[in-house]
Design a protein. Sequence first.
Length: 358
Amino acid sequence: MRAASAANTTRHTDQGLELTSPYCYKVRAVRVVGKKPTTYSAFSNTVCAPTTPAAPSNFAAVAAPFSYINLSWQDNSTSETGFQIVRTRVGAANDINNITTAANTTTYADPVMNTGTQYCYKVIAVRKNPGPDGSATFSYSAFSDSACATVPPQPVPNAPAAASGATASPSSSSSIAVRWTDNSTNEDGFRIYRSVEGGGGWVLAGTSPAAYGNLGLFDDAGRPSEQPVCYKVVAFNSGGEAPASNTACATPPAAPTNLAMTRLDEEEVAFSWNDNSSVEDGYELWVSWSQGDCCVEGVACHAGVAEGETLVTRLPSGTTSYRHKPTTGCGYSEYWYYVVATKDGGRSTPSAVDVPLP
C-alpha cells in the first residue's frame, strides 16, 4: 500500500488500520518535472510498529461481601492478549498492585483484605508482539476511567452459646484435665478461667481452639499437688463472650513413693508404698507387661511381642500395702508394677514404674 506526501514533509500519520498485526514502512523521495519521467530515490531502511489495542470503557468497581471488590469493563479491542488492572489503596501511596487477566476478560473479583478501606482501580488492554528472535514487545491502550469501592466491614456475629458440662480431674500430681461440651457452631475458641480461692479471684488459665466433635479439652499444667483448684469455660468470638459454664473443681493428689515388692512364696508377693497425700480418694495398682512368642497346646500360637497395661486392684484411701498373686503368661514375659493415688475421677503421677516381678 502506498501513500504520498508533499515535498519537504518529514512525517506521516497512517489511519484506518486493522488492529491485528504490526505494520512496516519504508520511505523514498520522488521527483516529477513536467513531462519527464518520474524519478525515485533508493528506499530508506524499513521500520515496523505494532498497532495499539483499543482502550476498555465502562469500567466499574462494586464492593461485595467477604472482602471482595468486583470489577467489570467493556472490551473494545479485538487484538489484545490480556488486560492489566492497576489497584491503589487510598491513604497508602506506595501500595500499588498490578493484576493481569487473560484476553477477552471483562470481569475480575479482587480479594482485598482490609475491610472498611477504599480501593481504586483502572484497566488497560495489552497486546504482546512476539519478535522473530523470540523476544517480544508490548503495546498498551489508554487507561480506562478510574473506579473506586470500599469493602464494608464484616458483620459482627452473635456471641456463641455457652459451654456446659464442664468437668475437672487430675491428669497427674501437677496438672488438671478440664473437659466440657461445646454447644456453639460459631465460636472462635474457648477461654478457661482458674480459681484457687474456691470460686473467687478468677484468672485466665489459657485458651483452647474451637472444639472438635463438640468435646473440648484443656490440660492445666504446673499446679501444686494437694491444692484445690476450680475452673469455668467461656466460649468467645468477635461478637463477644458467652456466659460461663458451670464451675468444676479438682485437687491433684501427691504421688505415692518408695513402691517395693517382696515375694512371700511361689504364688504371692507383697507391695508397700508411702502414702504422701491427705486428699486421695483411693489407690490403684497397675501392671505393665510385655510378652514374647507364646504357644499353648491346643491353642494357636501368638508370634511377636505384645505389650499392655492391666489394672490389678483398687484400694481405699490411706492404704499403703497389698498382697497379690500374679498370673504370668507363657513364653517370654516381663511385668512391672506401679501405684497411683486417685482423686476426683483422675489420678496422681505414678510411683516408680521400674518394679519388676521378682
